[in-house]
Design a protein. Structure first.
Length: 257
């Protein structure tokens, strides 16, 4: 599409080409709602997502309304001025203590291993303990001396709601070889069992079951097949005797399936 330069004047935005894999079809969408903290709700969402990921028929899980964790460092301008510390110094000090770097390969006659140097924060206190500047007399200025560290989440770009309440939704997508009806029944069972582990004021509900459309199509095919068989049987009775018409009509579905 990028090679097409003579698009009509009416086309203001360039066309987009998207590949849709019909084999990887969504099966079910569930929503977590309730009057609990977002951190608490997120913990149970992660647990249920792990259950879905471990199922053999589920290929992937898409999260909607799920916010990534974010550590916020709120610097105090007065403390910065008092200690002669700039924001750049805070950023540099934290970056030097929180990193992940490849350190090459370790090869032997039988195997090869990748070496990785890790220096990552595990909790909030590690961030506050980072030294911004130290003097010859042993005095040190840490991040916690000039800033407040808070554990929060990124600002949401989209909001998910269910029944008027903020929610976190999980969309389960089946594998290519999985049966959508059986997979839907399995997820329904998992939802019922997981609901028993939830605390008060936290709820999990199925909001969309995409297998319902498949059920409707199957019911339509079966009803049409029955109606068609009756019509064929009636037409055969007009020209043949009842016994021959019956066995002839019976042979039609047998020959198909």
């Amino acid at each position: 599409m990028d090679q097409v330069v003579d698009l009509p004047v009416e086309v203001k935005n360039r066309p987009m080409v998207m590949e849709i894999d019909t084999n990887r079809f969504p099966v079910m969408e569930v929503a977590f709602t309730g009057d609990v903290s977002y951190k608490e709700k997120r913990k149970y969402v992660d647990a249920f997502e792990h259950l879905l990921d471990s199922h053999k028929d589920i290929g992937s899980v898409k999260k909607i309304g799920y916010l990534d964790r974010e550590v916020k460092i709120l610097a105090d301008p007065k403390k910065l001025e008092k200690n002669y510390v700039s924001l750049t110094q805070i950023i540099t000090a934290i970056s030097n203590q929180n990193f992940r770097l490849p350190a090459g390969d370790l090869k032997s006659s039988t195997e090869e291993k990748k070496l990785l140097v890790l220096s990552e924060f595990e909790n909030l206190s590690d961030v506050g303990d980072v030294i911004i500047r130290s003097g010859f007399e042993g005095n040190k200025i840490r991040v916690s001396d000039v800033a407040v560290i808070k554990d929060g989440f990124v600002r949401p770009e989209k909001l998910a709601k269910y029944k008027g309440q903020s929610s976190i939704n999980l969309l389960a997508i089946k594998k290519e070889s999985a049966d959508i009806i059986k997979t839907s029944q399995e997820i329904e069972r998992m939802v019922t069992e997981f609901r028993e582990t939830l605390p008060e004021n936290l709820y999990i509900d199925v909001i969309v079951d995409y297998s319902d459309e498949v059920h409707s199509l199957l019911d339509l095919v079966i009803s049409n097949a029955k109606f068609g068989l009756i019509l064929v049987l009636g037409a055969l009775v007009l020209f043949l005797n009842v016994r021959v018409a019956f066995w002839t009509a019976l042979g039609i579905p047998i020959s198909i399936f």
